[in-house]
Design a protein around this ligand. Structure first.
Ligand SMILES: Cc1cc2nc3c(=O)[nH]c(=O)nc-3n(C[C@H](O)[C@H](O)[C@H](O)COP(=O)(O)OP(=O)(O)OC[C@H]3O[C@@H](n4cnc5c(N)ncnc54)[C@H](O)[C@@H]3O)c2cc1C
Ligand code: FES
Ligand code: FES
Length: 1663
């Protein structure tokens, strides 16, 4: 059989027939063009983006059509020309290359302009997403430059429909970006990046301007040939048969008819063959194929049929034809082609006009429809997905379709050709309303699935006077399925009397069509989704589906008919919407409310009513006024705003320079190698996990026989192989990751590598074994065929699943039952009730243990002061009691019964609402105290890592029985230890290696050992190399993410007698939260917090969450009495582990929520309350202390400088300006007890002496911050001043008063991240040519560690050179891959510590070499005053090699550096731990009716000391903040609890795919993103390494976005309540659209509009 020919980057390649059905990406991975990444395999991330080079029949330059190569099967691109990142044409002008990229950036010399810009803008961190972005950007820019269809330029290029215009954007201004606004948003909408925060990617793409068009095309001679090889064109043209037949191997055939007649004939033959095969009991099947994107949604939908019949080459199905009836859209027209047609051919259509002129028509319809179509999926999906495929999936598989809603509202009909084995019935054409087709309604039933070809959609073009509007609401603006969508078409006609009403010239609605689509539960609507979801019983990786309901709102339509287009009449007609929507089977209340909101917006907009009466929120004045009608939010703007960081210091160069990340261009061109690119030998095996599907069930038996019968399957490896003993143990050993087990006898056993038959499935997804096969695809196919039998509680019935395996071809005999099935504990409540707890206190004995949970010290409870005494005085129960735990004796008071958020006075309430107490004063004072209590319950969410590169390892047996494992890991030690334990080998016989990671975020710190050990076990057993790389769904299911928490808090406020009078308080808490009132006379005297964190079924390192939470929850506030008790429950969920900022982000969310709640209850502005509660520098000592000598970031770092440190009080006041003077005055009146605490240690050392001299602030839990390094006051006031906080707040207030249906929220907060310093190894070798090999412990995972280490190595070694010859060239430095052979005992890279630590250790090693060079080599240069690095190294040479030692090993950290002690030391002692301090403000906007939200602005200020590489660091800050944004807004993770009757659900992760799980995309990033690294930060030590950790701390600040949104919802509720009362309602993260809508209040939009209209009418009548 003939292989498939395709042309990749101009090179002719041949794909074997066996790969016919494999994704194009999988084939490319077997070639030298490996840049594509299969990060999701479902069209959701764009890491696999390639471009098809297409020549239009109209001529002109070829266009580039991007597609997802993970979805396109190889056969679908046969004969086509494909461009990957490696093939992007090199920039035509060498000047562009040289200017954009210094030599040190590494990578190929001649890169494309896009690659150059991505590197120059620091847009590649881990680099895993970068090739996909490079292709997406290049294609969009190329098309924009050439005016191709689908390109969406900044308006410079003119589209000619299908091809490219010849003059492109030549007329546009030279400096203008080729893409911006909508065009740029679309260019990037199909790609995800988990690292960068998108700004650099957006900037890079935006930076390509009209002046770069030549560079985009490549060198004049090569460009055209590269893009469209003549052979490709020839091959494409060669097949002109009526039906092309292509053998796909294994008896499968692809048929490609080239006319409708041929399609009809072929389908008839196939139907007849299938019928006769069925009659004879044989098997023959066929399927229509179009864009092949369906499997992106319905994964595991193999192209298994014996005949695939393509509709793509049938001209009738590709037509876009305008007839007298309207527009005919062929079934095979892609979504992007339809949108382009609407832009191009119809944009100039009739209609238009504004309110009152009726207007509307084709132009408006085309614009609305095109804009909505372009919000479906991402560009690359839309470029392949067809209209027919979409509608068929909607009809047959409950696809949440936007196409159906849009076209149904336009009144479209589908044209079907019936397919039947009955010749008489076959080929009959039928038309039916599109809505009936997709919803199964209407008079005539839809033909059965497979019984038709959707040939076309007939869309009547709207007449002048028909107004059209549509919108969709989704978890994310782009590339997310709709939660609800709606389209409204109204035919308006001028009112008979022409009267003016409602701010518009009245029209009358003559006819209405209102279509909505809503997400339902899977069981609704015939349960199509539920039927598909049934597979979860056997396969936890199955992508679960919701249901979908699309319908017309006929009651609303009827009410609208004849109604005048006035607010009052529209509101009255809308009354029918809510009941109709709420009655939809399986819809939840929030989704129904969102759909109602869409309908409200749509009807007002389509009716042309742009003003509506106010809703009465702001009294009579507003009620009488017209305000903006309910309308949708505008599309988000792509990120802009400022970046600011300290200028480089030449003295320490290249340290402090914003050097381009090493390998950036390698990453952008896709030539950088990851673990998946490690070559394997011929004969290597590929593994796929078999996973337990039912948490709590006992795995009774494993039968791999069916799997091993499949082609390519070789073997099953399971627990039986390990328990035989010869191959080691079924465990990872007691490593860092499972200290729990080691510490506590009786604790749950450690996680086995494979669950044995007879064992209990502790979580859905638990590995049972590996199927090994000759290819990855064969392994995954076979793994799903393994049969697992379960016994579940409580029925003890045995069920068999089709997904598991056993040893070789035998079945694992079930051992006698030793464990019983359980009802799984799938949430905190049930685990807490069962007292399933991890022994936190035993694990972390250095932290105080709590008492609330017995037996034994189970909880952590750091504290200060006497919380119990304070609570007793306030008559408040402890937080643990509120959490439902028995209160510690003696009980102080009963908690209020409601258990929810509350505030109130205690038993002895006085007339002014406070409680009085003259006893129990925690400070021993006898004065009468007035106390108030604020209590609440809160939740912090889980979050998954979603690193772009999934877990991956390659294991190879060694000659001596040892094992070498290449692993995508955060520490080769962890892999070495785990593999050694699993195989029973000494550590010395195991080598672990890693080059780079495609992101990690904590997820590869310990969880990587599972994949590595499993691969190693398989390799040891088979004696063959084994590669194991997890598919996205398996990766998400297996790895549990961060621990979610349930939080109960009790805050006690004490009145400050004789202090600042409380400003006039607003009448309600919510109004106060939305206003700017403060400060208050109440002070936060104490806080008691009880946290129950959800650990997984095995501990892993989830305990870090508990530790981090305790470390961050006291933040930077002065709270004299505070306790935070943390329990970690053991659930039957996948092991929870560290995720960027583990625990610290939860701690920050908790304390900031307390601040918000307390401020709301007090009726004061939260920022003012925060500022008043900050740890304060006593005014008398602040100036004196901060005048001590401290180096600052802008000083020469090689010696301690005598520059001023943190701001003096005067500095702060001056900086704050008049607006902040009040807050400063307030701050200066407070004398917190902790502020006076100075270091007392005095052991005579330099450090101790310094500690004595320097005032040290202490946080509530005792974290010391030397006053000179306490930059919070300065950061805060800088934020307030530079952001113009007062003015912003006033604007928000004014906006909210004027916009009943849109609300804004503004919040600012601080964060403190505690850092530990340690010691690490480093090994540096100078080679005889002057190049330098550096081995450090840290792993490069995108954080720029290698780049920073190289900068420090270069700067340090340069100290051997004369000052004039410094620094040496950075290109001399090569950072080695991590290897346990080269640098064992390296530990884990994580906790943000590694960059500084690695740099310090490398500097220590380099200093040894500097010493040698100075003493041994420099003298040989005989007094030369100037010499280069190479000359110096040459001076070390001897006869047969170097005469001197040129290698040095060091073990140490920052505290060991010479500048940390002795004469060079700074005034502030180098601490073993330190705090990273930052502040952020966020401005958000929400749509009250639909819960849609936008982050309009974020301002971040960070004190990162003096960054080694500020460009890298600012990238970390932005990336972390945006990752936090996902946690706050969209990254919902939940576990299947649906099958209660079957024992509590499978417990499998629901959001196990990119279809459901939504990390931020480019359009989610704050539109204005201002990020500043303090440029004169005080430094704790001199020298080149004076930076602070930056990888995780900024994530904490994303809490500001949630708080701002919470305030916006409070404003919405206050409005709904007429502005008079609104309780504090916590907004729980992630604040999904449903949660936001719910938090905006439980009201009916139509009712509110009606009331407002009536009030307005009354007000007008009264005038
Ligand atoms: C990541 C992602 C996100 C998405 N988001 C959205 C979204 O937000 N909104 C939305 O509306 N859609 C969304 N989709 C769905 C997408 O629009 C559909 O996958 C697509 O339209 C299907 O078209 P296709 O040509 O690829 O169909 P295919 O996958 O080729 O086929 C799908 C099914 O339709 C059948 N079929 C195809 N053409 C015909 C025909 N002419 N006659 C009869 N049967 C036919 C096939 O036999 C097959 O059963 C998303 C898809 C992906 C991958
Ligand atoms: S790998 Fe193809 S879109 Fe994610
Ligand atoms: S750089 Fe984008 S995912 Fe890492």
């Amino acid at each position: 059989m003939k292989p498939f020919t395709l042309f990749v980057n101009g090179e002719e390649l041949h794909a074997p027939v066996e790969m016919a059905n494999a994704p194009l990406a999988a084939f490319l991975k077997t070639t030298r063009f490996k840049s594509v990444k299969i990060a999701c395999g479902e069209g959701g991330c764009g890491a696999c983006t390639v471009a098809l080079v297409e020549q239009s029949s109209e001529g002109g330059a070829p266009s580039l059509r991007t597609i997802n190569s993970c979805l396109a099967p190889v056969y679908s691109v046969r004969g086509k020309s494909i461009l990957t990142a490696e093939g992007l044409p090199p920039a035509a002008t060498a000047a562009a290359t040289a200017a954009a990229t210094p030599a040190t950036a590494g990578g190929p010399a001649a890169s494309s302009v896009v690659v150059e810009r991505l590197a120059a803008h620091h847009a590649s961190q881990c680099g895993y997403c970068t090739p996909g972005f490079a292709v997406a950007c290049h294609a969009a820019l190329h098309n924009a430059a050439n005016g191709c269809s689908g390109s969406s330029s900044n308006g410079h290029a003119h589209s000619n429909g299908n091809g490219c215009s010849s003059n492109g954007g030549a007329a546009a201004a030279e400096s203008a970006p080729l893409l911006d606004g909508e065009g740029l948003r679309r260019a990037l909408d199909g790609n995800l990046c988990r690292c960068t925060g998108y700004r650099p990617i957006v900037s890079a793409c935006r930076s390509v301007g009209v002046a770069d068009i030549e560079d985009l095309a490549g060198p004049p001679a090569a460009g055209a040939a590269l893009l469209l090889p003549p052979r490709a064109a020839a091959a494409a043209a060669a097949t002109a048969d009526d039906v092309e037949e292509v053998a796909l191997g294994a008896g499968q055939v692809l048929k490609v008819p080239r006319s409708l007649a041929a399609l009809v004939a072929e389908s008839g033959r196939l139907a007849a063959a299938a019928a006769s095969a069925a009659a004879t009991g044989s098997f023959s099947s066929w399927r229509l194929v179009a864009g092949h994107t369906g499997p992106g949604v319905y994964k595991d939908w193999p192209l298994a049929e014996s005949v695939l019949l393509s509709v793509n080459e049938v001209p009738e199905l590709r037509r876009l034809q305008q007839t007298d009836d309207g527009l005919v859209v062929g079934g095979a027209v892609t979504l992007e082609a339809l949108a382009a047609h609407l832009d191009g051919k119809l944009a100039a259509g009739g209609g238009g006009g504004g309110v009152g002129s009726v207007g509307g028509g084709v132009k408006e319809w085309a614009a609305e429809t095109a804009a909505h179509l372009r919000r479906i999926a991402g560009t690359h999906v839309r470029n392949a997905a067809t209209v027919g495929g979409n509608l068929v999936l909607t009809a047959e598989a409950a696809l949440p379709s936007d196409v159906a809603t849009l076209l149904a509202a336009a009144g479209a009909e589908v044209e079907l050709l019936l397919v039947s084995s009955d010749a008489a019935a076959h080929g009959v054409s039928r038309r039916m309303p599109l809505l009936d087709f997709v919803s199964g309604g209407g008079a005539a039933a839809k033909p059965a699935a497979g019984g038709y070809i959707l040939t076309a959609v007939h869309v009547p073009l709207p007449h002048h006077g028909v107004r059209f509007w549509s919108q969709r609401i989704a978890e994310r603006y782009s590339n997310a399925a709709a939660v609800a969508n709606a389209a409204v078409s109204l035919r308006l006609q001028p009112a008979a009397d022409g009267a003016a009403a409602g701010g518009a010239t009245a029209s009358v609605v003559a006819e209405a069509r209102v279509v909505v689509g809503v997400r339902t539960d899977a069981a609704a609507g015939g349960g199509v989704a539920a039927a598909r979801n049934a597979a979860k019983e056997t396969d936890p990786t199955v992508v679960l589906l919701y249901g979908w309901d699309v319908r017309r709102l006929t009651a609303v339509e009827a009410a609208l008919a004849g109604a005048p287009a006035t607010p009052a009449a529209l509101a009255a007609a809308l009354a029918a919407a809510a009941p109709d929507l709420a009655a939809i089977d399986g819809v939840d209340a929030a989704t129904a409310a969102i759909a109602e909101g869409l309908v409200v917006q749509g009807i007002f907009a389509a009716a042309g009513v742009t003003t509506a009466t106010a809703n009465g929120a702001n009294g009579a004045a507003a009620a009488a006024a017209d305000v903006a009608a309910p309308s949708r939010l505008p599309p988000p703007e792509l990120v802009a705003g400022t970046q600011s960081y300290p200028a480089p210091l030449p003295e320490v160069a290249p340290v402090t320079e914003p050097t381009i990340k090493l390998g950036a261009k390698l990453q952008a061109t896709g030539t950088a190698q990851y673990t998946e690119d490690v070559p394997v030998h011929k004969g290597a095996l590929y593994g796929a996990y078999v996973m337990g599907a039912k948490a709590g069930a006992v795995l009774e038996a494993i039968d791999a026989t069916p799997a091993l019968a499949l082609p390519g399957a070789v073997r099953f490896v399971g627990a039986a192989d390990l328990e035989a003993g010869a191959n080691g143990s079924n465990g990872y050993g007691y490593t860092f990751a499972n200290r729990f087990e080691a510490l506590r006898p009786g604790a749950p056993p450690p996680e086995p590598i494979f669950l044995p038959a007879g064992g209990r499935v502790e979580y859905a997804g638990q590995p049972v074994g590996l199927v090994l096969a000759e290819s990855a695809a064969a392994a995954h196919r076979a793994a799903k065929a393994v049969q697992l039998s379960y016994r579940t509680a409580p029925s003890s019935s045995t069920t068999t699943s089709t997904a598991t395996a056993t040893n070789t071809t035998t079945t694992d005999a079930p051992p006698p039952p030793t464990v019983e099935p359980i009802t799984p504990l799938l949430d905190i409540e049930s685990a807490l009730a069962a007292r399933a707890l991890y022994p936190l206190a035993a694990l972390m004995p250095w932290l105080p243990a709590g008492k609330s949970l017995a037996p034994g010290p189970m909880t952590l409870a750091p504290f200060n002061g006497d919380v119990d005494a304070l609570l007793a005085a306030a008559g408040a129960p402890p937080a643990a009691a509120a959490a439902g735990l028995p209160p510690p004796p003696p009980p102080a008071a009963e908690p209020p019964a409601d258990g929810g958020s509350s505030s109130g006075e205690a038993a002895a309430a006085t007339a002014n609402g406070s409680s009085s107490s003259s006893s129990g004063d925690a400070n021993g004072s006898s004065r009468e105290r007035k106390l108030r209590v604020v209590r609440g319950r809160y939740y912090t969410p889980s979050q998954l890592h979603v690193y772009m590169e999934t877990q991956s390892a390659v294991a190879a047996p060694e000659e001596d029985g040892g094992m070498t494992v290449q692993s995508a890991c955060q520490g080769t030690d962890v892999i070495q230890g785990s593999v050694a334990a699993a195989l029973g080998l000494p550590l010395s016989k195991v080598t672990a290696r890693c080059r780079r990671l495609g992101g990690a975020f904590g997820g590869k710190a310990t969880l990587s050992r599972r994949v590595a050990a499993a691969a190693a076990v398989a390799a040891a057993i088979t004696g063959r190399q084994v590669r194991l790389q997890l598919p996205r769904n398996a990766d998400m299911v297996l790895n549990g993410g961060r621990a979610d928490c349930r939080v109960d808090y009790v805050a006690v406020l004490e009145e400050q007698v004789g202090e600042v009078e409380q400003a006039a308080a607003p009448t309600t808490a919510a109004a106060a939260a939305a206003s700017h009132v403060g400060p208050t006379r109440w002070r936060l005297a104490g806080l008691d917090v009880f946290v129950a964190a959800a650990g997984g079924a095995f501990p892993d390192i989830a305990w870090l969450d508990a530790m981090g939470l305790c470390a961050a929850v006291d933040s930077l506030y002065d709270i004299p009495h505070m306790r935070c008790e943390v329990a970690m429950v053991r659930t039957n969920l996948p092991p929870r582990t560290a995720v960027r900022g583990p625990g610290e982000v939860n701690g920050t969310m908790i304390i900031e929520q307390v601040m918000e709640h307390v401020a709301a209850e007090l009726g004061v502005n939260p920022e003012a309350f925060r500022a008043a509660t900050f740890l304060q520098l006593p005014p008398s000592t602040a100036a004196a202390t901060t005048a001590k000598t401290v180096t600052t970031a802008t000083d020469n770092g090689t010696a301690a400088a005598a520059a001023p440190a943190g701001p003096s009080e005067a500095d702060v006041e001056a900086e704050a300006g008049p607006a902040d003077a009040g807050a400063v005055a307030e701050a200066s009146t407070t004398q917190p007890s902790s502020a006076a605490a100075a270091a007392t240690a005095a052991d005579g050392s330099d450090q101790s002496k310094k500690e004595e001299e320097v005032l040290v602030l202490k946080t509530a839990f005792g974290k010391k911050i030397p006053a000179p390094l306490y930059t919070l006051p300065r950061l805060w006031h800088k934020l307030m001043r530079e952001a113009g906080w007062e003015a912003m707040q006033a604007e928000v207030d004014a906006f909210n008063a004027a916009h009943p249906w849109t609300k804004r929220g503004l919040a600012a907060l601080p964060a403190r991240y505690g850092m530990q310093r340690g010691n690490k190894p480093a090994y540096v070798n100078i080679l005889t040519d002057g190049t330098v090999q550096v081995a450090c412990h840290g792993i490069e995972m995108g954080q720029g560690l290698f780049t920073k280490v190289a900068q420090v190595a270069a700067a340090t070694l340069s100290e051997a050179l004369p000052p004039a010859n410094r620094p040496m060239d950075l290109s001399n430095i090569k950072i080695c891959d991590n290897s346990s052979e080269l640098l064992p005992n390296s530990g884990v890279t994580g906790g943000s510590t590694s960059s500084e630590l690695a740099a310090a250790a490398v500097r220590l090693a380099c200093l040894q070499l500097v010493d040698i060079l100075k003493t041994k080599a420099v003298p040989k240069l005989k007094g030369k005053e100037s010499f280069t690095w190479k000359e110096l190294v040459a001076a070390t040479s001897g006869g047969w090699g170097p005469a001197n030692q040129l290698g040095a090993f060091a073990w140490g950290g920052q505290a060991d550096l010479p500048e940390a002690s002795g004469a060079e030391a700074a005034a502030v002692p180098t601490q073993t731990d330190y705090s990273v301090i930052g502040v952020a403000g966020a401005l958000v906007e929400l749509d009250v009716l639909t819960g849609e939200r936008r982050v309009l602005r974020a301002d971040i200020l960070f004190d990162l000391g003096r960054p080694v590489n500020p460009a890298v660091d600012i990238g970390q800050v932005e990336g972390a903040f945006v990752m936090g944004l996902g946690m706050m807004l969209s990254e919902a993770a939940s576990y299947d609890q649906s099958a209660e009757e079957a024992g509590g659900g499978t417990g499998a992760l629901v959001q196990n795919s990119t279809w459901h799980y939504k990390p931020p995309a480019a359009a989610c990033v704050p539109a204005q993103f201002n990020v500043t690294l303090l440029d004169d930060a005080p430094l704790s030590q001199a020298g080149p390494i004076s930076s602070k950790a930056c990888g995780e701390p900024p994530l904490l600040l994303s809490t500001a976005v949630l708080m701002a949104l919470q305030r916006a919802t409070a404003a919405a509720r206050a409005d709904a309540a007429g502005g008079c009362s609104a309780d504090f309602v916590p907004l729980i993260a992630p604040a999904t659209v449903q949660r936001v809508r719910t938090a905006c209040g439980d009201w009916n939009a139509a009712e509110r509009l009606q009331k407002a209209a009536a009030a307005a009418a009354t007000a007008k009548a009264g005038k």
